[in-house]
Write a protein that binds this ligand. Structure first.
Ligand code: ZN
Ligand code: ZN
Length: 218
């Protein structure tokens, strides 16, 4: 899995819009770890589509990626919830109110959601990218393409992908980046990362408090 990072992996340009056509294309994807059907699940995050297979391999696809120039201002942003709001209400607000969610880097938003899910939802296993999500053929690394893009993978049926944040491809003219759900260990590493002083401006004060509580930091 990639190291924690503050910069959004892409801008909103060309990112997947949830048209009926794209929803249909997502609905037929197979788990790239075990080849079972992937079913859409509600994640409680307005910018993400969640996918799970029956073995519990978890993935998500971002439908919007907040701009780094915006997420840098996160620290000064305050939600409109009451000052007595419970942690679960605060997390819910940051993930579902678009005016707040747009200040959260995708990785921070996933970390926050996974913190809220622990012990509440069934454990998810971070999926791996072994199989083609279209035809379940085994993916093989194929080096660099003519335009200089590295991390190219192909399946025996000629479906082409790139390994970026997750498995990345173009669909109906837009970008799909199928990312592996964060496992508990990676959630902890991200929580620690987002408490670093040098990226304090990227983390809303209320979110910072939640990370500190989770990590038992005073
Ligand atoms: Zn699976
Ligand atoms: Zn394939």
């Amino acid at each position: 899995m990639a190291e924690p990072q503050t910069t959004a992996s892409m801008t909103t340009d060309g990112i997947l819009r949830l048209t009926a056509e794209n929803r249909q294309s997502i609905a037929v994807l197979k788990c790239p770890t075990c080849a079972a059907d992937l079913k859409e699940v509600e994640l409680g995050d307005v910018f993400l589509v969640g996918l799970r297979c029956r073995e519990g391999h978890g993935f998500f696809i971002a439908t919007a990626a907040p701009n780094a120039a915006v997420t840098e201002k996160a620290h000064g942003i305050q939600g409109s919830y009451s000052s007595h709001a419970m942690e679960s209400e605060i997390i819910h607000a940051w993930l579902t109110e678009e005016g707040l969610r747009r200040y959260l880097n995708t990785q921070l938003a996933v970390t926050l959601r996974r913190i809220a899910e622990v012990g509440v939802k069934p454990a998810v296993h971070a999926g791996e990218f072994r199989l083609c999500p279209f035809c379940t053929g085994t993916l093989a690394e194929d080096g660099t393409d003519q335009s200089g893009w590295s991390g190219r993978y192909v399946c025996p049926n000629g479906h082409i992908f790139y390994l970026r944040s997750g498995l990345y491809w173009k669909m109906n003219g837009q970008v799909v980046d199928l990312c592996a759900e964060f496992d508990d260990e990676f959630v902890m590493r991200c929580a620690k990362f987002y408490l670093r002083d040098d990226i304090r401006s990227n983390v809303p004060a209320d979110v910072r408090r939640i990370l500190m509580t989770h990590l038992n930091v005073k």
